[in-house]
Design a protein around this ligand. Structure first.
Ligand SMILES: Cc1cc2nc3c(=O)[nH]c(=O)nc-3n(C[C@H](O)[C@H](O)[C@H](O)COP(=O)(O)O)c2cc1C
Length: 350
């Protein structure tokens, strides 16, 4: 049986050193509508947003990456400190390792106080014995405000001893979600990089959906590079792009009052602006943050991270991202992310 902790470590190393992105998230097909007379003052643009009942300074969350081993603990410490500093959201990586071994709880430690902290567990684990009580205990241990259940059927197919029984999972997610929501917890369902369609998620009784579409981190590549299943390469193109996933999910926003996280291949503030035009409430990224942690001043990936350099890199990345988002809002005459909704043309039909 493969060890959870060494797997998480290997994922990080591959994500840092290999090309693990593939295809397109679809942003090149979206053209924001230019205004030569925006009729607003750049300085009145305000990116503050309410997300799942919390006030964020910027509409960004750091997506689930890691936890469960010492290096992962350091990554979570740095990311949560930056999330607090910028007033953005923070999601830990899968908490399954700490549910199975409580001594690993310290590797999910949240430093400072991000405006929203989100726990994370594989939804399929609900079919393999993880109970509502264990979910609640895991999220309470890190003082989370919400929990994200991730859907990762492709990854489970390609990782050694993957958990492939996804039968009746919708019903289980709804049962456990009802219990957690009655304890005041917000519930998110997310993909991990293969996107979502309307039919799969339309009956989920949750608070928020994170599309995690294809075009960014690609699990067929990551597991393929680990070399345990030679068929992984055939599936590099598999999935629903982030743009298409957002379009699929949009009707649920009004019908079910769900909040939407756009993620999967978002790499700059212009990509983010396009997501807001497509109805997203907030955007999330994983790989760009991870790479900034390990980069030196010239962007070269280091073997060992340096906390201060990592934080400087993250500050620089986020400041540039926010500037790009502000410029896109300005050029569309939008004073906030709500005002940019619908201000786009499609370059071609998907
Ligand atoms: C190294 C790595 C580890 C990840 N681990 C998790 C995880 O434990 N749980 C989860 O829900 N998503 C996990 N993800 C997926 C991300 O949270 C995110 O949904 C996905 O990577 C898309 O964003 P990106 O293209 O910006 O990386 C991981 C991503 C990376 C790069």
């Amino acid at each position: 049986m493969e060890n959870n902790n060494s797997r998480k470590k290997e994922h990080i190393m591959l994500a840092l050193h290999d090309k693990i992105e593939h295809g397109s998230a679809g942003f090149e097909k979206i053209l924001l509508k230019h205004k030569s007379l925006p009729e607003i003052d750049f300085d009145e643009i305000n990116l503050e947003t309410n997300f799942l009942g919390k006030k964020l300074k910027f509409p960004v969350i750091i997506e689930a990456i890691t936890g469960g081993f010492e290096g992962g603990g350091k990554i979570n410490e740095i990311l949560s400190e930056i999330a607090s500093e910028f007033g953005i959201g923070f999601m830990v990586g899968s908490q399954r390792p700490m549910i199975e071994n409580l001594t690993l709880a310290k590797t999910y430690k949240i430093s400072k106080c991000p405006p929203i902290v989100i726990g994370n567990i594989g939804a399929v684990q609900l079919n393999y014995g993880i109970t509502e009580k264990e979910c609640l205990r895991a999220i309470e241990r890190i003082n989370a405000d919400a929990i994200a259940f991730h859907l990762n059927p492709l990854q489970e197919c390609f990782q050694p001893n993957g958990n492939r029984n996804f039968k009746n999972l919708k019903k289980k997610i709804n049962e456990i979600s009802a219990g957690l929501r009655s304890s005041g917890m917000k519930v998110i369902v997310k993909e991990v990089g293969t996107g979502l369609n309307y039919e799969d998620v339309k009956d989920l009784n949750i608070d928020c959906i994170d599309v995690a579409g294809s075009g960014g981190t690609n699990w067929a590549i990551i597991e393929g590079k680990r070399g345990t299943n030679p068929s992984a390469e055939l599936f590099y193109d598999w999935g629903i792009s982030t743009v298409e996933s957002l379009m699929n999910i949009t009707p649920l926003k009004d019908k079910r009052n769900l909040e939407i996280i756009a993620s999967g291949g978002i790499r700059n503030g212009l990509d983010a602006a396009k997501c807001f035009a497509l109805n997203a409430d907030i955007v999330g990224m994983a790989l760009p943050f991870l790479r900034e942690i390990y980069a030196n001043k010239d962007g070269k990936i280091l073997e060992n991270m340096d906390k201060e350099i990592a934080k400087q890199n993250l500050r620089k990345f986020l400041s540039k991202f926010i500037e790009e988002l502000n410029i896109a809002l300005f050029l569309t005459g939008s004073r906030n992310i709500k005002e940019i909704k619908g201000k786009y043309n499609m370059k071609e039909m998907m």
